[in-house]
Design a protein around this ligand. Structure first.
Ligand SMILES: O=C(O)CCC(=O)C(=O)O
Ligand SMILES: [Fe+2]
Length: 213
């Protein structure tokens, strides 16, 4: 009986369905306007307020157990977002992310149990060299998510492209993605190596991971 109700409850979401088919076919998906201009503006405002409070830390390589700051690999500064202490715009962010997670778990049995998200600032001149989002001591990250919070007038000349290194039958194909505001990129954490090219203008984002177990 409960199964029947769950089924009646289910509403197919075309946006999520496209994300799922993209992930299956090409290991990544790009969603334009996942966040509205107003939402991006509010999140950008929060991020910049936290930066003024000096809340940001230089990002480390590896996780909390295995941590070292290596500027030659990555130059961004990060601030982990605590969902329990989320403000209005962050709550809205998590509402959307949680809805997507629920859909993935329901339709694809993804088994996402945990998530972690941080704000990131790439100051002018910084980058993140080619890497994989998994650590030797932790393989729970399944999907990486990046949401860009840059200004409306962001142009390709500002640099900071995300490059995903796709593999097509042994041949490497770089996929260049510009960090336009509102854009959300989701990709397979354990499969796709990627990098952030040097930025010419301060670059703002939220990055996170959906994790199993
Ligand atoms: O900001 C991006 O486009 C990607 C960031 C990234 O690769 C990371 O934080 O692991
Ligand atoms: Fe990454």
């Amino acid at each position: 009986m409960s199964e029947l109700f769950e089924r009646l409850d289910f509403v197919e979401n075309p946006q999520y369905e496209r994300i799922i088919s993209d992930l299956l076919e090409q290991q990544y998906s790009i969603v334009e306007a996942f966040f509205t201009e107003t939402e991006v503006h509010a999140l950008r405002h929060d991020l910049l307020a936290k930066q003024e409070d000096d809340a940001f830390k230089k990002a480390a390589i590896g996780n909390k157990v295995n941590e070292s700051v290596v500027k030659t690999i990555r130059g961004d500064q990060i601030f982990w977002i605590d969902e329990a202490k989320a403000n209005a715009s962050e709550q809205l962010f998590f509402t959307k992310v949680n809805d997507l997670i629920a859909y993935l778990n329901k339709t694809c049995f993804m088994g996402i149990l945990h998530k972690e998200f941080h704000y990131a600032i790439y100051p002018k001149g910084t980058f993140y060299k080619r890497h994989l989002d998994t650590f030797q001591n932790d393989d729970r990250r399944k999907l990486s998510i990046v949401c860009y919070l840059n200004d409306e007038d962001w142009t390709p000349e500002n640099g900071g492209e995300l490059v995903l290194y796709l593999n097509n039958e042994g041949q490497e194909i770089p996929k260049v993605i510009y960090p336009f505001p509102g854009r959300m990129v989701i990709f397979e954490s354990q499969l796709l190596e990627h990098e952030v090219k040097p930025v010419n203008t301060k670059r703002l984002s939220i990055t996170g991971w959906l994790k199993t177990r």
